[in-house]
Design a binder for this molecule. Structure first.
Ligand SMILES: [Zn+2]
Ligand SMILES: [Zn+2]
Length: 347
């Protein structure tokens, strides 16, 4: 079978790999679609080295079950989550599931960009395979993981009704964040991104107004105008650019929250006036990744058509064109969400 892998920093290849077979408790999934995530792009740039495995947003059809597995049945359309918490450690007991020490210990083999991939037994037993409702398309399914990350973030930072939000970085996950916040009852939502393609997509649903943040003064004016000079309740850093953090800090009201949502550039530092943070009572809250519960909740919103993401997938590439897909996904003026498609994809 074909599998898309990160051969070296900067180089995505599509290799021939032996077909996976399921061990006890494991499941094999025939891939239909898998999105290219911003963190995949950072791995290719050599900016994120926690793992060199790419592809963690896959949906597909259950192709084979290992001994001891009875569900989901062969043929079921599923989303497969690559990481799972243990649910029995201090981090998990406190609700910080994505910071569980065992959360990143398992992964899909050989990753989501493969014609077929193996889901480890521990993932299967902890609910990492989510059956898709018939009303949820493959492309919507491929957005479940990033949308789940946005829901996990909103759950952690809190979103009281009518919260004002400013999102810096309107890539696919920034837009998902905005649309989810809208669905869940946010008030005014603003956005900043240098790409006009992204600002337009954000403006279709989710974001009330957006600007090019290369002119920081314009960002500040937008927020001042929308909040009567107070600043937003919540500023979201949905980009890896370190400079966005300082901008976000300057946009929130006293007692407000800055959510570090995008993967920060490796080696970047928080350089803020600590006395100002102290006196203004700002909360700076990082949120990383997502959980089965939040993915299931986003899925329910999608199935009920309360949350529309169908316009976000702008390009589809067959798996053997994965290197071209990565090249395009790295160009914010040309593409929003780029997905790779596999043998189970049928439009
Ligand atoms: Zn992702
Ligand atoms: Zn745990």
């Amino acid at each position: 079978m074909k599998a898309g892998l990160l051969a070296a920093p900067g180089r995505v290849t599509v290799d021939e790999r032996p077909d996976p077979t399921p061990g006890p408790g494991e499941v094999i999934v025939s891939m239909a679609a898998c999105g290219i995530c911003g963190s995949d792009l950072e791995k290719v740039k050599g900016n994120y080295r926690a793992t060199q495995l790419i592809g963690h947003e896959p949906v597909g059809t259950v192709a084979a079950l290992g001994t001891g597995v009875t569900a989901p049945a062969v043929g079921t359309r599923v989303f497969a989550h690559h990481h799972v918490p243990c649910y029995s450690c201090p981090a998990c007991y406190s609700g910080a599931y994505t910071y569980c020490p065992s959360y990143t210990k398992t992964n899909l083999d050989p990753g989501g960009f493969a014609e077929r991939f193996r889901v480890p037994a521990v993932n299967v037993s902890r609910g990492a395979l989510l059956p898709l409702a018939p009303t949820v398309s493959w492309e919507e399914g491929a957005l479940l993981e990033p949308a789940g990350c946005a829901l996990t973030a909103l759950r952690i930072v809190g979103l009281p009704p009518a919260t004002t939000v400013m999102i810096l970085g309107l890539g696919p996950v920034g837009i998902l964040y905005a649309r989810l916040a809208r669905t869940l009852g946010a008030g005014w939502i603003g956005g900043g991104d240098p790409s006009s393609l992204r600002r337009t997509a954000a403006g279709r649903r989710g974001v009330d107004a957006s600007v090019d943040p290369r002119n920081v003064e314009k960002v500040r004016q937008l927020v001042q105008l929308a909040t009567g000079g107070r600043g937003v309740d919540l500023a979201v850093v949905a980009t890896s650019a370190p400079s966005a953090v300082s901008v976000a800090v300057s946009l929130v009201r006293r007692g407000g929250t800055v959510n570090l949502f995008g993967l920060p550039e490796a080696g970047s530092h928080l350089e803020e006036d600590l006395q100002q943070l102290y006196l203004r009572g700002l909360k700076v809250i990082p949120t990383y990744a997502t959980t089965e519960r939040d993915i299931a909740e986003v899925h329910a919103l999608l199935a009920a058509k309360r949350f529309d993401v169908r316009d976000l997938v702008t390009h589809r590439f067959a798996l053997d064109k994965l290197p071209e897909a990565f090249e395009l996904a790295a160009q914010p003026e040309k593409a929003l969400k780029v997905i790779a498609t596999g043998p189970a994809y049928s439009g």
